[in-house]
Write a protein that binds this ligand. Structure first.
Ligand code: GUN
Ligand code: FE
Length: 432
């Protein structure tokens, strides 16, 4: 494989701007060069100076009116819910019963699962998302289908079989024992194969018995780098229900804590209703929270408090949470995130927003040595953003005076049309 250089504006974050306000937390090159060899980034910097030191005949791809950023990382999404996105009229618990469970039933059929997994991955790539932490369904077939499709495309993806042994229809429940056996088999088959990894995935506290939560902890011991992926404190009625089901627990988070499920590789979706002690435990254990603004607004769940979690130094990533979320687009998701902070008299600036969608996600997944930045040695997972994808964006960009303003315009006005191309492992996996 030869070296390829992409000449474009480049932007990436190097640290959390919220914790590093003074230091150099990001890099921007107005005329940048990103050099890729064998799927890995070898250089990232100013084009003119890099072209002087590189071999003279290196292949240079010119990308005018573009901005290259690291590929987006979606830290919470459900692939089986692709075809039920935008289902009208319910909040969480009724939405699960009336829409979600009947939809997920279909994933006992491997062909159905394969078709939806393929559609889902196409949609992610079209939106510039190169890595995601993904829910399957209770059926092991759903996870096989997803891993197969992700492997075909050589993507870095994480998924797991849902564990659910109570409070769900019979057709969707497993048992503590069968969830152990089936998850273990999937781990042995797929975990760390190519760029794939497995997440132990109890759906949420109400649908697992204490025995099954213990099984989840036991599964995590099968390999040191397995993920734990679940939902946490998303909806008020859900929180009340958890308090009834687990009267001995101090809080919703404490249910997971008591079952040894808070680890450096644990990702909790939503986390809207957390107290200070919960935030401390998340920080102490190195756990992460996925901020899912489009879902939290669509399902009327509540307003996620970014500043509170930031002040406790909890890792945060962005999640679309499709199909509770209403868009696969990380740009649209950042737009809603901004509005959620505005409603609480807070503000996440554009640089921090892009941090959350890239390096913040990579850190949440403990993958920041591989993805999330454009630093040399990183896997070449990146997006080419079009700064002029619509007449309105082009007109507005003409009045932008900084990279920060350009990023904000992309967040507020951009969508899949802003994704000119997506690269994974140095290969173009989407082009508009
Ligand atoms: N809580 C338990 N299951 C789900 C789900 O599928 N989506 C969302 N948003 N929350 C959940
Ligand atoms: Fe979810």
């Amino acid at each position: 494989d030869t070296q390829t250089a992409y000449r474009s504006a480049l932007f990436h974050t190097l640290d959390n701007p919220a914790h590093q306000p003074a230091g150099e937390a990001h890099q921007y090159f107005a005329d940048g060069l990103l050099v890729v060899e064998n799927g890995t980034i070898t250089h990232c910097g100013d084009a003119e100076s890099l072209l002087k030191e590189l071999p003279p005949h290196i292949k240079v791809v010119e990308l005018p009116n573009s901005l290259i950023t690291p590929g987006f990382i979606d830290t919470h999404i459900h692939y089986p819910q692709t075809e039920m996105i935008a289902s009208y009229g319910e909040q969480l618990l009724d939405w699960l019963e009336n829409y979600t469970f009947p939809t997920e039933k279909q994933f006992s059929d491997p062909e159905h699962a394969q078709r939806v997994a393929s559609l889902f991955l196409d949609e992610l790539l079209k939106n510039g998302t190169t890595t995601a932490l993904v829910f399957g369904t209770v059926h092991p077939e759903s996870v096989d289908a997803f891993f197969n499709e992700a492997q075909k495309r050589q993507l870095r993806m994480i998924v797991g079989k849902v564990m659910m042994d109570r409070n769900a229809p019979d057709y969707l429940t497993d048992s503590a024992q069968s969830s152990y056996d089936e998850s273990k088999q999937l781990i042995e088959k797929w975990h760390n194969k190519d760029r794939l990894a497995y997440a132990v995935t109890p759906r949420f506290a109400p649908t697992s018995t204490p025995e099954q939560l213990d099984v989840a902890a036991k599964l995590l011991k099968l390999a040191p780098d397995l993920y734990l992926h679940t939902h946490l404190a998303e909806n008020k009625n859900e929180c009340e229900w958890v308090a009834e089901l687990f009267p001995e627990s101090r809080s919703y988070l404490d249910v997971y804590d008591q079952h040894q499920l808070l680890t450096e590789r644990s990702v909790f979706a939503h986390g809207i209703y957390l107290n200070d002690e919960d935030c401390c435990r998340l920080h102490q254990t190195g756990s992460s929270v996925a901020f899912c603004p489009t879902s939290n607004l669509f399902l009327g769940s509540g307003l996620f408090n970014v500043k509170k979690l930031e002040s406790h130094k909890v890792n945060i990533g962005m999640g679309t949470d499709v199909g509770g979320g209403t868009s696969f687009s990380m740009l649209q998701t950042l737009q809603e995130a901004y509005k959620v902070t505005q409603l609480q008299q807070q503000r996440i600036d554009p640089i921090q927003s892009f941090y959350l969608a890239t390096l913040g996600g990579a850190r949440s997944l403990r993958l920041s040595d591989k993805i999330g930045t454009l630093l040399p040695k990183s896997e070449a997972d990146f997006v080419v953003l079009d700064l002029e994808s619509t007449p309105l964006i082009k007109a507005r960009m003409a009045n932008a005076n900084s990279i920060s303003e350009q990023l904000f315009i992309l967040m507020m006005l951009g969508d899949d049309r802003s994704i000119k191309a997506t690269y994974s492992g140095g290969r173009c996996v989407h082009q508009r």
